[in-house]
Design a protein around this ligand. Structure first.
Ligand SMILES: Cc1cc2nc3c(=O)[nH]c(=O)nc-3n(C[C@H](O)[C@H](O)[C@H](O)COP(=O)(O)OP(=O)(O)OC[C@H]3O[C@@H](n4cnc5c(N)ncnc54)[C@H](O)[C@@H]3O)c2cc1C
Length: 407
């Protein structure tokens, strides 16, 4: 089969590149090995799709910890405001929520996926259900790609296979194999935006407990300033912690060594250490004959009480009026700095995003074309660029796709 542009992968970046290229008059084929295109889009933003972040380019760049400079050109030409205008012009009203996160007004990710697929179809993009296994490269030029049963020829071949996370959605890491076949360097693949395994067993004892309005800070050994600190929501699990704050914190974790990273939860961010101690004293004076564990009921969710009793070293049956000032202080410290040690990250398959990928040194930041093999392009998550949560990762997919379509 021949066309002007062969796109391998019908995810966020592949679909976006397909429609933009077709609008420019190219004949486009999208080869997608899954039953449906855009499977991952459907689970983004918990099914609501946080499609971009309503902010300027500088802010997007600040939210890209890995190779932000590579993204400068693509983002300057296709910024979040362009993403918003793109979807609204296709009849998807959007809304901006906390943290400038942009969602479809309908709260349905399907509206984003469906709009991209329909725009492609309307623009004449051809879809084939096929798994690409090999690039066709002749004399340093990519001229097509093949599957087990077909060959596709095009002067522009775009690898938009995504990363390795959530492989059920189709992103099984094939893009890295194709890149390596073309001689590209693929940097280490690790998970990012992923739940965290902790050393301590106490998290498992609180499994299922979700905390809202706590502050989570991530500290690195020997560094005073936290690498990350945010107010929000987290969840205790059988292995450690998950939830929005934890996923975001994970993006700041580098090479793991025993005891290197600590997660510190402030359970009472609205109260200073001093005010919290006063509050504890007040609770005790109101009911001096109550057991310590019962007194904690006013301060903490039930599932957390046995853990705090254990960690505080104050007996659960100790009466309020027997609790010493030193013990009250210890309790206040614990509630302001409940600390867990990072043992590991959950595997890349469970990550929102894959860190690592095709080395940015080997790609043109203006067009996403390979510097090693002409006619070959890489877009989206397969590239060694990743961002924090907030709609930035889809913006990377769209901006790199746009740069490539306009190459
Ligand atoms: C649970 C979850 C929630 C997320 N929420 C958000 C969010 O709200 N906002 C945000 O900005 N980002 C979010 N992300 C990240 C975002 O989904 C990705 O950054 C984005 O989908 C990457 O787009 P992509 O086109 O590079 O890859 P993908 O969307 O993964 O698409 C790759 C496509 O290539 C296909 N493919 C792979 N190999 C082959 C092959 N050999 N032949 C043919 N086809 C192939 C796959 O089937 C897939 O359809 C989330 C991710 C997850 C897992």
């Amino acid at each position: 089969m021949n066309c002007d542009r062969l796109i391998i992968g019908g995810g966020a970046s592949g679909l976006f590149c397909a429609v933009q290229s077709a609008w420019l008059g190219e004949e486009v084929i999208v080869a997608e090995h899954g039953k449906r295109c855009g499977q991952k889009l459907l689970i983004t933003g918990k099914g609501r799709c946080n499609v971009t972040n309503n902010c300027d380019v500088q802010t997007v760049l600040k939210n890209i910890p890995r190779n932000p400079r590579f993204m400068y050109s693509a983002l300057s030409r296709f910024a979040p405001e362009d993403t918003i205008a793109f979807f609204e012009s296709l009849g998807v009203p959007l809304k901006t929520e906390r943290g400038n996160r942009v969602f479809p007004e309908s709260d349905k990710a399907e509206d984003i996926r469906g709009t991209l697929v329909n725009a492609c179809k309307d623009a004449g993009v051809r879809f084939v259900t096929d798994e690409i296994t090999e690039l066709i490269i002749e004399k340093g030029v990519c001229i097509g790609a093949k599957s087990k049963s077909a060959e596709y020829f095009a002067p522009k071949v775009i690898v938009a296979c995504g990363g390795k996370s959530y492989p059920v959605t189709g992103s099984t890491g094939d893009g890295y194999k194709l890149a390596e076949q073309a001689g590209h360097t693929v940097t280490d693949i690790t998970p990012s935006l992923v739940p965290i395994v902790t050393e301590e067993r106490e998290c498992a004892e609180m499994m299922g407990l979700s905390l809202r309005n706590c502050t989570l800070s991530l500290f690195e050994e020997g560094v005073r300033k936290p690498l990350y600190s945010e107010l929000g929501e987290l969840l205790f699990t059988h292995f450690g912690m998950s939830g929005p704050l934890v996923l975001s914190a994970s993006a700041h974790i580098g090479e793991l060594k025993k005891g290197r990273y600590k997660l510190v939860i402030d359970l009472k961010p609205g109260l200073s250490r001093q005010k919290l101690e006063e509050r504890i004293l007040r609770d005790i004076s109101e009911q001096p004959n109550k057991d310590f564990s019962n007194l904690l009921r006013k301060l903490l969710p039930a599932k957390m009480i046995p853990v705090i009793v254990k960690l505080s070293g104050i007996g659960g049956f100790k009466k309020g009026n027997q609790i010493t000032a030193e013990e009250r202080g210890r309790l206040a410290d614990l509630l302001k700095e409940l600390t867990f040690t990072v043992k590991a990250l959950r595997p890349v398959e469970e990550a929102i995003i894959t860190r690592g990928g095709v080395s940015t040194d080997e790609l043109s930041p203006k067009t996403m074309e390979s510097k090693l093999v002409s006619g070959l392009y890489f877009i989206g998550e397969v590239i060694d660029v990743d961002a924090y949560t907030g709609g930035f990762n889809l913006q990377i997919a769209f901006s790199t796709a746009y740069a490539c379509a306009n190459a």
